[in-house]
Design a protein. Structure first.
Length: 202
Protein backbone atom coordinates (compact mmCIF):
# COMPACT_ATOMS: atom_id res chain seq x y z
CA UNK A 1 0.00 0.00 0.00
CA UNK A 2 2.80 2.41 0.93
CA UNK A 3 4.58 1.63 -2.35
CA UNK A 4 1.40 2.37 -4.29
CA UNK A 5 0.89 5.72 -2.54
CA UNK A 6 4.51 6.71 -3.17
CA UNK A 7 4.19 5.81 -6.85
CA UNK A 8 1.03 7.92 -7.21
CA UNK A 9 2.74 10.87 -5.52
CA UNK A 10 5.77 10.49 -7.80
CA UNK A 11 3.55 10.43 -10.90
CA UNK A 12 1.78 13.57 -9.71
CA UNK A 13 5.14 15.31 -9.36
CA UNK A 14 6.11 14.24 -12.88
CA UNK A 15 2.78 15.51 -14.20
CA UNK A 16 3.32 18.82 -12.35
CA UNK A 17 6.72 19.15 -14.04
CA UNK A 18 5.19 18.51 -17.48
CA UNK A 19 2.53 21.16 -16.83
CA UNK A 20 5.22 23.65 -15.77
CA UNK A 21 7.10 23.00 -19.01
CA UNK A 22 3.89 23.73 -20.93
CA UNK A 23 3.56 27.01 -19.01
CA UNK A 24 7.14 27.94 -19.93
CA UNK A 25 6.37 27.25 -23.59
CA UNK A 26 3.29 29.47 -23.30
CA UNK A 27 5.10 32.21 -21.35
CA UNK A 28 4.82 34.92 -24.07
CA UNK A 29 1.05 34.37 -24.18
CA UNK A 30 0.82 34.29 -20.38
CA UNK A 31 2.67 37.61 -20.11
CA UNK A 32 0.14 39.24 -22.44
CA UNK A 33 -2.79 37.69 -20.58
CA UNK A 34 -1.47 39.00 -17.25
CA UNK A 35 -2.06 42.57 -18.41
CA UNK A 36 -4.91 42.10 -20.89
CA UNK A 37 -7.06 39.26 -19.50
CA UNK A 38 -6.16 38.62 -15.91
CA UNK A 39 -8.85 35.99 -15.25
CA UNK A 40 -7.50 33.83 -18.06
CA UNK A 41 -3.96 34.27 -16.73
CA UNK A 42 -5.04 33.17 -13.25
CA UNK A 43 -6.91 30.16 -14.63
CA UNK A 44 -4.00 28.93 -16.77
CA UNK A 45 -1.34 29.55 -14.13
CA UNK A 46 -3.43 27.81 -11.49
CA UNK A 47 -3.66 24.69 -13.64
CA UNK A 48 -0.12 24.72 -15.01
CA UNK A 49 2.32 26.26 -12.52
CA UNK A 50 3.23 24.89 -9.05
CA UNK A 51 1.25 26.82 -6.47
CA UNK A 52 -0.13 26.81 -2.96
CA UNK A 53 -3.71 27.98 -2.41
CA UNK A 54 -5.13 29.09 0.92
CA UNK A 55 -8.92 28.80 1.17
CA UNK A 56 -11.09 30.55 3.75
CA UNK A 57 -13.65 28.92 6.04
CA UNK A 58 -16.18 29.02 3.16
CA UNK A 59 -13.73 27.26 0.83
CA UNK A 60 -13.23 30.45 -1.20
CA UNK A 61 -9.80 31.52 -2.39
CA UNK A 62 -7.99 33.81 0.03
CA UNK A 63 -4.48 33.70 -1.44
CA UNK A 64 -2.53 31.80 -4.09
CA UNK A 65 1.27 31.59 -4.17
CA UNK A 66 3.05 30.58 -7.40
CA UNK A 67 6.58 29.32 -6.77
CA UNK A 68 9.46 30.46 -8.97
CA UNK A 69 12.20 28.78 -6.96
CA UNK A 70 12.48 25.70 -4.77
CA UNK A 71 11.32 25.80 -1.16
CA UNK A 72 14.52 25.30 0.85
CA UNK A 73 16.28 26.76 3.89
CA UNK A 74 19.30 27.73 1.75
CA UNK A 75 17.98 30.85 0.04
CA UNK A 76 15.14 33.33 -0.12
CA UNK A 77 12.42 31.91 -2.41
CA UNK A 78 10.79 33.85 -5.22
CA UNK A 79 7.07 33.70 -5.75
CA UNK A 80 4.17 35.44 -7.42
CA UNK A 81 1.35 36.25 -5.01
CA UNK A 82 -2.30 36.59 -5.88
CA UNK A 83 -4.27 37.99 -2.92
CA UNK A 84 -8.00 37.54 -3.45
CA UNK A 85 -9.32 38.74 -0.07
CA UNK A 86 -8.52 41.33 2.55
CA UNK A 87 -7.49 40.31 6.06
CA UNK A 88 -10.64 41.75 7.64
CA UNK A 89 -11.86 39.54 10.46
CA UNK A 90 -8.44 37.93 10.89
CA UNK A 91 -5.71 38.73 13.37
CA UNK A 92 -2.56 40.26 11.94
CA UNK A 93 0.11 37.69 11.07
CA UNK A 94 3.88 37.53 11.27
CA UNK A 95 6.26 35.77 8.86
CA UNK A 96 9.26 33.50 9.42
CA UNK A 97 11.57 36.38 8.45
CA UNK A 98 11.96 39.59 6.47
CA UNK A 99 10.90 39.83 2.83
CA UNK A 100 10.68 42.19 -0.15
CA UNK A 101 7.50 42.84 -2.15
CA UNK A 102 6.84 44.57 -5.47
CA UNK A 103 3.18 45.39 -6.14
CA UNK A 104 2.30 44.58 -9.76
CA UNK A 105 -1.47 45.08 -9.91
CA UNK A 106 -4.23 45.99 -7.49
CA UNK A 107 -2.70 47.33 -4.30
CA UNK A 108 -3.64 47.44 -0.64
CA UNK A 109 -3.65 49.44 2.56
CA UNK A 110 -1.21 47.80 4.96
CA UNK A 111 -1.34 47.98 8.75
CA UNK A 112 2.03 47.18 10.35
CA UNK A 113 2.34 46.23 14.03
CA UNK A 114 5.30 45.44 16.28
CA UNK A 115 4.14 42.93 18.92
CA UNK A 116 5.38 43.25 22.49
CA UNK A 117 7.24 46.46 21.58
CA UNK A 118 6.11 48.66 24.46
CA UNK A 119 8.04 51.73 23.24
CA UNK A 120 6.56 51.56 19.72
CA UNK A 121 3.03 51.16 21.09
CA UNK A 122 3.42 54.19 23.35
CA UNK A 123 4.96 56.40 20.67
CA UNK A 124 2.98 55.33 17.59
CA UNK A 125 -0.18 53.68 18.81
CA UNK A 126 -1.25 50.20 17.75
CA UNK A 127 0.11 50.32 14.19
CA UNK A 128 1.21 52.36 11.21
CA UNK A 129 -1.06 52.45 8.14
CA UNK A 130 0.04 53.11 4.56
CA UNK A 131 -1.45 52.61 1.09
CA UNK A 132 0.61 50.68 -1.47
CA UNK A 133 -0.57 51.16 -5.08
CA UNK A 134 0.87 49.29 -8.09
CA UNK A 135 4.57 50.01 -8.49
CA UNK A 136 5.23 50.11 -4.74
CA UNK A 137 8.41 48.43 -3.48
CA UNK A 138 8.18 47.25 0.11
CA UNK A 139 10.55 45.84 2.69
CA UNK A 140 8.93 44.09 5.64
CA UNK A 141 11.45 43.52 8.45
CA UNK A 142 11.79 40.47 10.62
CA UNK A 143 9.59 40.66 13.72
CA UNK A 144 6.78 42.76 12.24
CA UNK A 145 3.12 41.77 12.04
CA UNK A 146 0.84 43.00 9.30
CA UNK A 147 -2.61 42.82 7.75
CA UNK A 148 -3.83 44.13 4.41
CA UNK A 149 -7.06 45.74 3.20
CA UNK A 150 -7.22 45.31 -0.58
CA UNK A 151 -7.84 48.20 -2.95
CA UNK A 152 -8.49 45.49 -5.56
CA UNK A 153 -7.46 41.82 -5.98
CA UNK A 154 -3.68 42.13 -5.86
CA UNK A 155 -0.71 40.61 -7.67
CA UNK A 156 2.75 41.02 -6.20
CA UNK A 157 6.19 39.53 -6.73
CA UNK A 158 7.90 38.54 -3.51
CA UNK A 159 11.46 37.73 -2.52
CA UNK A 160 10.58 35.73 0.53
CA UNK A 161 11.93 34.68 3.87
CA UNK A 162 14.40 31.98 4.85
CA UNK A 163 12.40 28.94 5.93
CA UNK A 164 12.66 27.37 9.35
CA UNK A 165 10.69 29.61 11.72
CA UNK A 166 6.96 29.23 12.38
CA UNK A 167 4.19 31.61 11.33
CA UNK A 168 2.10 33.35 13.99
CA UNK A 169 -1.17 35.24 14.24
CA UNK A 170 -1.32 37.92 16.92
CA UNK A 171 -4.09 39.06 19.25
CA UNK A 172 -2.76 42.57 19.86
CA UNK A 173 -3.76 44.70 22.83
CA UNK A 174 -4.72 48.23 21.66
CA UNK A 175 -2.53 50.05 24.21
CA UNK A 176 -0.45 47.61 26.27
CA UNK A 177 2.05 45.67 24.12
CA UNK A 178 3.04 43.47 27.06
CA UNK A 179 -0.39 41.84 26.79
CA UNK A 180 -0.03 40.81 23.13
CA UNK A 181 -0.76 37.12 22.56
CA UNK A 182 0.80 35.00 19.80
CA UNK A 183 -1.03 32.05 18.24
CA UNK A 184 0.92 29.56 16.12
CA UNK A 185 -0.61 29.43 12.66
CA UNK A 186 -1.66 25.77 12.87
CA UNK A 187 -3.68 26.58 15.99
CA UNK A 188 -5.47 29.60 14.56
CA UNK A 189 -8.94 28.55 13.41
CA UNK A 190 -9.13 31.22 10.67
CA UNK A 191 -5.77 30.31 9.14
CA UNK A 192 -7.50 28.63 6.21
CA UNK A 193 -7.03 25.39 4.34
CA UNK A 194 -3.83 24.91 2.33
CA UNK A 195 -3.98 23.09 -1.03
CA UNK A 196 -0.76 22.20 -2.88
CA UNK A 197 -1.22 21.97 -6.64
CA UNK A 198 1.42 19.26 -7.06
CA UNK A 199 -0.62 16.86 -4.90
CA UNK A 200 -3.51 16.98 -7.39
CA UNK A 201 -3.87 15.73 -10.95
CA UNK A 202 -5.54 18.92 -12.12
Amino acid sequence: MCYGNNMVYFLKLVFALIKALVAIALSPILCVLFYKWNKAFLFLMTHLWPNLSILDENNKLYLRRFFFSLKTKLHRPLFLHYIAQSDKGRFGHSHPGSFHTYILKGGYIESVYYPRDVKFRKENGLCTVKAHPPGSKLFNPDGHVHSVDLLAPTWSFVRGWIRGKPWFFWDLHPTDASKDISIESNEYKMKGKEVESWTKWW
